[in-house]
Design a protein around this ligand. Structure first.
Ligand SMILES: *Cc1c(COP(=O)(O)O)cnc(C)c1O
Length: 372
């Protein structure tokens, strides 16, 4: 039996009737941008996050860029970023003209390490951008304590963390939080989409302005904005899916629990930890082993499809390796080791129990064989 990494079609099948109604509503409405579906989705997603405001934008990357711009980040500023993340986190900083300053991860949760953050922050840093990587929240209190000492804001990249929580509060409930609705995220559109969630009405207004050519009234352009709007179609799709998010997250957690229970104690295999203050969204189930390539190829032989998040550290990518940002950062050995050792097992709300068992027994057999 083949086990795909993720079955996106299954989520759509489950909400098929609501999706069909959403298409019909939008296509008949005559409104395709900045209309009632977007407004309703923004209210519903803000309520879901228990925050006051949600501003829908064109992608998760744009959500980060516009949040940073709205906070006044620009050329000659520096912004702290995690060294170990998806490249979008760094690209968002570069897009504002500021310089990303990478900080190595905490080795148990893979999010930014607050102690290393405290060592890296300088008066030139204008903001701290953290990522709730793989769906596991970073230690926000520790991060905020450092940022507060320097009087700079924290922006959260929650592209992988819809429905996660930190100390019993939803990610998005506090702060300035960027989400992505890329199809493979835990809440995914049928195309690109993103949002910024915040309690701050002035910041929300500023992002609304920036996403729509710097204009709140037609042809009155107050700032040099951009075009980055979550369209009516995607907003309607997201509205159809949002009521299922808690159930889908619970199913992910069930898969994760089974993996953790069945794979515990295998030599040379490090399983993901959940900090006592965290509820993970389980966007990914990431294991670590120095035999990553052998495990990955033997799993593929057994029909189990895995992915690596991410195989090339951002500072080694063609986009950044020859930049001043990376020269200044110096060596980032932890991120390099993670890039060699991490492996994401199949996980998703529609992964059948039988498939989970196929993965479990394949991993157990392969790891036992490696040890011999
Ligand atoms: C997916 C992702 C993004 C970017 O989202 P897009 O909607 O693809 O632009 C940013 N950060 C992280 C951590 C992501 O996983």
């Amino acid at each position: 039996m083949d086990v795909p990494f993720l079955n996106l079609g299954a989520a759509n099948d489950e909400v098929r009737a609501d999706l069909d109604a959403a298409y019909a509503r939008v296509s008949a409405s005559g409104r395709y941008l900045l209309g009632p579906e977007l407004e309703a989705f923004e209210a519903e997603f803000a309520a879901y996050c228990t925050a006051r405001h949600c501003v829908g934008v064109g992608s998760g990357l744009d959500a980060l860029v516009l949040a940073l711009r709205a906070l006044g980040v620009g050329p000659d500023d520096q912004v702290i970023v995690p060294a170990h993340t998806f490249i979008a986190t760094w690209l968002a900083v570069s897009a504002t003209g500021a310089r990303p300053v990478p900080v190595e991860p905490d080795e148990s949760t893979y999010g930014i390490c607050p102690d290393r953050l405290a060592d890296a922050i300088t008066p030139r840093v204008k903001a701290v951008l953290v990522v709730h990587l793989y769906g596991h929240p970073v230690d926000l209190d520790s991060v905020r304590a450092v940022a507060d000492r320097h009087g700079v804001p924290v922006v959260e990249d929650a592209a992988q963390a819809h429905a996660a929580s930190y100390r019993k509060r939803r990610i998005g409930a506090t702060g300035v939080v960027a989400f992505s609705f890329y199809p493979a995220k835990n809440l995914g559109a049928l195309g690109d989409g993103g949002a910024v969630v915040t309690d701050d009405p002035r910041l929300a207004d500023r992002i609304r302005l920036l996403r729509n050519y710097g204009s709140s009234r037609k042809y009155d352009h107050q700032v040099q904005g951009t075009n980055s709007r979550l369209d009516e179609f995607q907003a309607a799709v997201l509205r159809a899916k949002l009521p299922h998010l808690d159930k889908w997250t619970a199913r992910r957690a069930r898969v994760a629990r089974r993996y953790t229970q069945a794979l515990a104690g295998l030599p040379n295999l490090v399983l993901p930890l959940v900090a006592p203050w965290a509820t993970s969204a389980w966007h990914l189930y990431v294991v670590r082993t120095r035999y990553r390539e052998r495990l990955r190829s033997q799993l593929a032989d057994a029909g189990v499809h895995t992915l690596v998040h991410y195989p090339i550290p951002v500072h080694r990518s063609g986009a950044y390796r020859n930049t001043e940002d990376v020269r200044r950062a110096g060596p980032l050995p932890l991120s390099e080791r993670l890039a060699e050792e991490v492996l994401s097992l199949p996980i998703g709300p529609h992964l059948p129990d039988e498939s989970v068992e196929v993965v479990v027994s394949a991993v157990r057999t392969i790891m036992a064989g490696l040890d011999a």
